[in-house]
Each structure stands twice: as structure tokens, then as C-alpha cells.
Design a protein around this ligand. Sequence first.
Ligand code: GTP
Length: 597
Amino acid sequence: MKHIRNFCIIAHIDHGKSTLADRLLDHTGSVTEREKQDQLLDNMDLERERGITIKSHAIQMEYVHKGETYILNLIDTPGHVDFSYEVSRSIAACEGALLIVDAAQSIQAQTISNLYLALENDLEIIPVLNKIDLPSANPEEVTDDIVDLLGCDPEEVIPASGKTGLGVDKILEAIIEKIPPPKGNPEEPLQAMIFDSVYNPFRGIEVIFRVVNGEITKGQKIKFMATGKEYYADEIGTLKLSQVPKNVIKTGDVGYLISGIKEAREVKVGDTITDAKTPTKNMIAGFENVKPMVFAGIYPVDTEDYEELRASMEKLQLNDASLVFTPESSAALGFGFRCGFLGMLHMEIIQERLEREFDMTVITTVPNVSYLAYSKKEPDTPIIVNNPSDLPDPSSMDRVEEPYIKATIITKSDFVGPVMSLCIDKRGQITNQTYLTPERVELNFDIPLAEIVFDFYDRLKTVSKGYASFDYSPIGMRASKLVKVDILLNAQSVDALSALIHADNAYNIGKKMCEKLKELIPRQQFDIPIQAAIGAKIISRETIKALRKDVTAKCYGGDISRKRKLLEKQKKGKKRMRQVGNVEIPQQAFMAVLKLN
Ligand code: GTP
């Protein structure tokens, strides 16, 4: 056990985490030439394309230091706020963390939020000043920033470059000398924490865990404490670049487990694995069921594809337990599903996977957060509202609550003004303002989640000319004055376009919605009125003027093949349109509310 080191790498996005991890693998001889790929840890196609680590993985290296061989378990953490619960569990599986800071960018919002998570878990922090090869690097200043943040000595900050490999030796040494070995008691009953799981269509779910106390042996009957399910440890092993089966994984070590589990939802990140016969009394602290934060309707473009869509979603759910869905029907869109996602990125990933892996063409409706409505009759029993059109009649309501988050924003002092007005515009309340240096400011806001899931990040980048970083964490539900704004097309209410909006902004947003829809909905053979309404009251109106010319009129004579081609072309362009009443609505229109300025 004293030769094991469990550590993770925390960094703001693009500060070079994956590149440095590759260097560590290289340097410890954990990779053969043939296995070398650009970014070893990012092995999902989608991950590589997006250049971000979506799911965390673990990898084991061996390193000889002063004549002794050490086992280093590098636990990779996802870099996006949608997956923050997984980050927190990965961090909890470690004793130390490399804190990577880009020498040109200095400390950013995710540097800080991840650092706080690491400190909450009492991790030893090894600061690394990365990318010092960059011409724009500012090593002295950024070292000072790190020293200020951590209260460490400047000598402790390791200058490094994932590009040239500089500093990698020093980092490995620091991992061994500064990070404590795992504690844990080998004599106690098995207690292992699940910090990740990977779906393998042939072998079932691969559970990634860290043994906290006791040990796990091949063939042992084990129990997952949160679900109460029992399995046999058919195969256990350590994670090198590929899996290496073992007979036992001992206290403090990291490994994988295969038990023929077919469904992702049976395996919960944060859960404790114990022995089925002599179980531990205590679950490892910090377990939570992950809750979806963002909801949207997913509908087949072609109503006939409903069953196929259901089958595809079920398959997706097998390997992504954080996706939840229930059937719903919309007067406008027919039968589909209300889906819950961890965040907007997760939603995009699911949509993309449905299209790539299952060849489905879907319409996604405006995402919304989950609200709690309390009726006057039963003001203590919340009704969960995951779809704005399910909001009960306002006159019967005592109050509506919405999720709030604490936002951390780091920006240059020049942009404090514009950033603040953006946050206030988004119903945020400033709770803290700290000058990290004379030029750099950390701002904290309490702000409704609904206001930031959509275009907040883009607008933040605009108002700060790119010099702002942003991260957030949930802080619970708060009452808000929310009203339902409905949209009527051709006098017909389109439920899929309804949104819950703060009463003070409802008129303004209703008006902008109408304007945006006018832009997005193609003209048709007749006038289409677009109206926004609160209850029976119309608050705004626009009209899409009728199309004068018939497109096929351009075809001279009766050249039927040309006419057909034109119609085919139109049909293709229509792929993502839905007929609602007699109006055709393109996919972008369902997202219009996200694109308002
Ligand atoms: P996420 O996984 O998306 O959070 O990013 P990351 O932190 O893993 O960053 P990644 O390793 O993907 O590096 C981001 C970019 O910086 C890539 O274009 C790298 O090639 C580049 N990069 C990483 N390390 C260095 C370095 O030491 N020097 C220079 N010049 N570029 C680097």
C-alpha cells in the first residue's frame, strides 16, 4: 500500500490536462509505440472530435523511484460542468491532485472550482505551470497567481510543458514524495467506491472502483449498497492501456470489475461495493443519485418512427444511466419523450448519438429546467414540473420554485461592469467580489439555472471579449415569479413552444419570440399570425406574409424531371420540419427562445 499513489489532474478546460497525462504515460513506459495515439485517454470518437474528456477513466502506471517501484493510478476527470458529480467522485478516489495552470491564461474559473473540490477532499495539491514553451507564456506572473491562490512557496510550482515534455520527471517525483499513500485497513470488510462505469456491449458494464478498506477477490460475492443488488466478481483487474485481469485488488488500489451487468442504471457512481456475506456497516460518504438538470422533448420528425425512437433511447440508456425519459404527447408534435439531461452538452451528445448511431432524425424542443409548483390547497406538497405546458393553472398556485446555482466568474477588472450587468440582466444577485490580482477579479453570483443553461456562456464571452471563465454549482430551489408564455401559430397554441419566464421579462421575451419565429418559419401560401400569450391575454403579435410565387412556377414548359428535382430538393430541406396544424415549423424554431438577444 505504501507504494500506491492515487491522483487526478485538475485544470481549466484546454490548459493541457490530456496532453500532460499522455506525457506521464509515455515517460513511465506505459505506452508502446503502436499504442500511441494523439490523445490516449480520450478514446470515444465523440470525445476526440470535441477535444474534451466526457467520461472519466483511470489508468495505472509503474514508476521506479530511488530503486523502488511505485504504482501510480491516474484518475481522469471530465472537464465539463455537466459532469460535475462524476468529477467530485473521481476526486474523492484520490489522495492528491496535479493542479495544472496554463502559463499564458493563468487561473480560470474551473481551476478554482476544481481546486475547492480537491481541498474539500483533503487532497495534496501539486501545482504545475504548464505550456511554458508558449511565446505568450507569462511564467513569473502566473507563478505569483498560483502562490497567492494556494499559499505555497514559488519553488513548489513545477514549470512544465506537455508539448516538449519538460518538467515531467519533476512531476512524477512530486507525486511520489508529496502525495500520501492510501490509508485504509486491509483487515476490514470490503469497502470500495465506484467512481466510474463504462458500457461494453459484449461484456456488460465495467465498473471502475477504488478499494478503500479490505480487498476484492475474483469470484467473490459482492453487494452494491445503494441498489442492494448482489453479483459475483467474475473478472477483476487493473487498468493499464488495456485491462489486466488479476485475482485480487488490494486496499488503496484502483481496478475494474465485470459482473455481467447489462444495464448502466444498476451501477451508480458514488455507490459502495462490499462483501455480500460480511458487509461493511458504512457506505462511503457522498453518494447521490444523479439528477437531470435540463429537460426537453424529443420527437421523431416522422410520427411513424415513434417506436423506433423508443427502442433507440432504451439502447442509449443502457450505456448512459444519466439519460432519463418518459413518454409524453404534445398537441403540436404528437408522441415523443420528455428527456432529462445533466446539462446542455449532455443533451447535444444524446441528440448527436441518436442521429449517428441510430440514424434517427429528431426534433428537440426548447430545453427547460425542472420546477416545483405548490398548490394553494397543499402548499407543502410540491408538484414536479418538467415540462412548462404541465404547469397547473396559475390561479390555483401558491408559488413556483426554480433551481438556483452559485456561479463563479473570473475576468479582467476592465470587464467587471459588463459582466455584472449581464448577470443582473439574467436575474443574478452578486454575493462576492474578490480581486485575485489588481487585474483579475473573481465574482460570485446566485443566479437561476434557467438563465445560464442557454446562451449565458456565449454572452459572457462576448461582453468580456473572451476574457472570462465561468463555472457553477447548484444551490437548491428558490421561489420565483414565473409565468407561462404560450405561442400561437395561426391561432393555434403550439405547446412545444411554451416557456416559463419570469413575470418581469415575459412581455419582452414574448415579443422577441414572435420576431424570431417570424424570421425562422418559412413563408407559406397564406398569412401566418404569430402570437405570444399569457393565459388568454395576447401580449405580442407578428405576421408571416404569404408567399406570392409558387416555386415550381419557375419551371418553364412542363419539364417534369426538373420539377421533380426541385420538389425532391425541397423535401430534403424539409427533413427537419414538423407540420403543426397547417404550418410547417423547422427545427430551429423550437430552439428560438434560446437565440433571443
Ligand atoms: P480538456 O480535456 O478539453 O479539458 O482539455 P485539456 O486540458 O485536456 O487540454 P489538451 O491537453 O487537450 O490541450 C489543449 C490544447 O493545448 C491542445 O491544442 C494542445 O496541443 C495544447 N497544449 C497542451 N499542452 C501544451 C504545452 O505544454 N504547450 C503548448 N504550446 N501547447 C500545449
